[in-house]
Design a protein around this ligand. Structure first.
Ligand code: URA
Length: 207
């Protein structure tokens, strides 16, 4: 699809809601939110109960943790854009099905194409698998990946899902550590005129 901005994309999603799985009415849809020109795009899995009531991504318990850690890491909420693999709550918060992920894929792809983030942070295994198939979050979280995606070079930082961080202290510690890398990674990506030595130093410090 070829939208000129996020408003157009969201209007299209709402116009076509009957073609999408799980959506019974327009108000079931939870759009992404944040800065249309964000450097950092965070991608979760699917809205939960509170997200579907408020029609905002990541506003429940795991969302509150995510937003707290985001601010503590030196980022502000309007420097980022937050979205999900699927834009509607699955029944009983079950995992999204491959067919559901596929149905919402064009919208997520268009969000990425419009925002052109410098860095994509994947939260949990479903959004990670979109870019990095066949790996485990526990093995690659916090490691910066540079990939080719639809003719575009993307930097991907896989992370645990904040719901997993709520369940285990060790995961929460990793989650905070990984989050604290974001501003350094952005600085590194911005450092286009920086020396190779600088880039190597930062790269080593990060991975
Ligand atoms: N979990 C997600 O993956 N996304 C949300 O928006 C909320 C919880």
């Amino acid at each position: 699809m070829n939208f000129t901005d996020l408003k157009e994309l969201q209007a299209d999603l709402e116009r076509n809601y009957q073609k999408l799985p799980l959506v019974q009415k327009v108000s079931d849809i939870v759009h992404g939110e944040g800065n249309e020109h964000a450097s950092v795009m965070l991608i979760g899995e699917a809205p939960g109960y509170y997200e579907s009531v408020q029609r905002r991504p990541f506003v429940g318990r795991s969302g509150q943790l995510l937003r707290q850690i985001l601010v503590a890491s030196g980022l502000s909420e309007n420097q980022v854009y937050i979205s999900n693999i699927i834009k509607v709550r699955p029944p009983d918060n079950r995992d999204p099905l491959p067919s559901e992920i596929l149905a919402f894929k064009p919208y997520l792809d268009d969000e990425i194409n419009l925002i052109k983030p410098k860095l994509i942070v994947t939260l949990g295994r479903f959004s990670m698998a979109k870019f990095l198939p066949d790996v485990k979050v526990s093995q690659v979280h916090g490691r910066l990946h540079k990939i080719k995606w639809n003719e575009r070079t993307l930097f991907i930082l896989p992370m645990y899902h904040p719901a997993a961080a709520l369940r285990a202290t060790q995961v929460k510690e990793s989650f905070i550590q990984d989050f604290n890398k974001i501003t350094k990674i952005i600085a590194w990506i911005d450092e286009t005129s920086g020396s190779e030595e600088f880039k190597e130093t930062v790269k080593k410090a990060l991975l």
